[in-house]
Write a protein that binds this ligand. Structure first.
Ligand code: KET
Length: 462
């Protein structure tokens, strides 16, 4: 064993305290092949972290990552990996919410292809965009969700930025909330699984409000309202703008009105996650009704938009975050703070997806094509809901499958138990999330019968 010189020990201690052991470890390695580091006792518990854990190990020939444990696979995206490594020919991926055509293939909207060709032909440069992204894109994205005739938009009191799709927008706004005094955020129970780590990592405590009644497979509206009334004044409440993920169960117009009223009474901050605009009713304009109602009712809402699903731009990471302010001057201040969070995080967003959406939404004809093509995706999914339900009924299932057709959007919240989901995967090579959520976008004319038989099998027909 080599004894470290006092100067080296001090360097190592200082570096470890800053949480950067790697530099010190390589310094040590260059001086000694095997060194037992004894800095642990000098660290206060609050400063212990990666550096401390690593410092407690023998660093000489040991990797600085030796103490990293294997993390569990992501509950949604991780399913793709499991699916890809399954060599069963009739395997089915109904895990991640990504649209497939009826042949089970990824689908590029024809209007997107057209827009891309036009972009290539223009030989655009690849300069950085601004921290807030492309202003034309942001303006069009805001019109898309708030409507051309939105007074707040016309008055210039909505601050908007381009984001790394919905996920990136949620994170930026979560961080902004945490910076400005919010300690917690309320999300529906259940919600999209990633909401929880996104907001936790942003520094917020994640609290839940009741949303869904598993017994009746419907919205748990009275408990939702009771939980809203019990929220501390000023709390931020996350709402799914439409096509709630995973339940496929949205409030009715009247229920939205009541949610808006209670939010106003309690001075809550409504924060809309709009990831499926166009996938609920098939009409992207209609699907923005709740957002528009809240703005008309006078709420200073925030909205995150994703263009992953409706435009099929999953991998382009294109989205927007907007905040309705009291006046244009306040909107400018809000915008400046959003940029403060973006700049050290990823500096500025990518350009290609923004160009595609801009090309489409700046041209009425292309916008019209988009509306029809988006409607086509929603209709195919809806058709599959009826086929799946019919197939289950034809097999003589003793259980009601009405919810498969009454739910909307990309998912069927099937009601299958975790064990049944595991059996679907292991016995039938069908991949859906453990909460029993089936991505209807992955159901096709070819596999619907197979899926129904498998569900019938794992539920024992009851
Ligand atoms: N919000 C909701 C409600 C949502 O379902 C997703 C994605 C996102 C935001 C984020 O999407 P983005 O591509 O960052 O704009 N949901 C699907 C994919 C995923 O889990 O990442 C899903 O639930 O399968």
């Amino acid at each position: 064993m080599t004894i470290l010189r006092p100067a080296t020990q001090a360097l190592l201690r200082r570096t470890a305290n800053r949480g950067v052991l790697t530099a010190a470890a390589s310094t040590v390695r260059s001086r000694a092949r095997s060194v037992v580091v004894s800095t642990t006792s000098t660290l206060t518990p609050s400063r212990r972290g990666f550096a401390d854990a690593a410092a407690a190990t023998t660093v000489g020939n040991t990797s600085p990552w030796a103490h990293f444990k294997m993390a569990p696979p992501d509950p949604i995206i991780g399913l793709n990996e499991a699916y890809n490594s399954d060599d069963f020919p009739d395997k089915v991926n109904v895990g991640v919410g990504a649209y497939r055509c009826d042949q089970g293939m990824p689908f590029v909207l024809p209007v997107v292809m057209e827009a891309e060709k036009a972009i290539i032909a223009e030989e655009m440069d690849h300069e950085y965009s601004g921290i807030a992204g492309c202003p034309d894109f942001v303006n069009l994205a805001l019109k898309f969700v708030y409507g051309d005739d939105c007074a707040a938009l016309q008055e210039g009191r909505i601050a908007g930025v381009q984001t790394l799709s919905g996920t990136g927008g949620l994170r930026v706004f979560g961080e902004t909330l945490a910076t400005f005094g919010h300690k917690h955020i309320y999300v529906p129970d259940p919600t999209w699984g990633n909401h929880i780590p996104i907001f936790k990592n942003a520094g917020l405590e994640v609290r839940k409000y009741r949303y869904y009644d598993n017994d009746s497979c419907s919205l748990d509206f009275s408990n939702l309202i009771d939980d809203m009334r019990a929220m501390p004044e000023g709390s931020c409440i996350l709402l799914h703008a439409c096509a709630h993920n995973p339940t496929g169960m949205d409030p009715t117009v009247d229920q939205w009105k009541e949610i808006s009223n209670v939010a106003m009474e309690k001075n809550l901050l409504p924060f809309f996650d709009s990831a499926y605009q166009g996938f609920a009713s098939g009409d992207a304009r209609k699907d923005a009704a709740a957002v528009r109602m809240f703005v008309e009712d006078g709420h200073n809402i925030a909205v995150v938009q994703s263009f992953s699903k409706n435009f099929g731009l999953y991998g382009q990471r294109i989205g927007a975050l907007s905040v309705v302010a009291a006046d244009p001057e306040e909107a400018k201040r809000v915008l400046s703070q959003l940029k403060v969070h973006i700049r050290p995080s990823y500096s500025n967003p990518p350009r290609h997806g923004a160009r595609i959406v801009t090309k489409i939404l700046s041209d009425p004809e292309k916008t019209n094509d988009f509306v029809h093509q988006c409607m086509g995706m929603a209709k195919r999914i809806d058709g599959m809901r009826y086929e799946l339900r019919q197939a289950l009924e034809d097999l003589g299932s003793g259980r009601s499958w009405d919810h498969v057709t009454s739910q909307i959007g990309m998912f069927a919240y099937s009601g299958l138990t975790k064990d049944q989901v595991v059996a679907l995967r292991e016995k039938h090579h069908i991949y859906c999330t453990l909460d029993g959520r089936i991505s209807m976008a992955g159901v096709t004319s070819n596999n619907v019968e197979y899926i129904a038989r498998a569900i019938h099998d794992v539920t024992g027909g009851k």
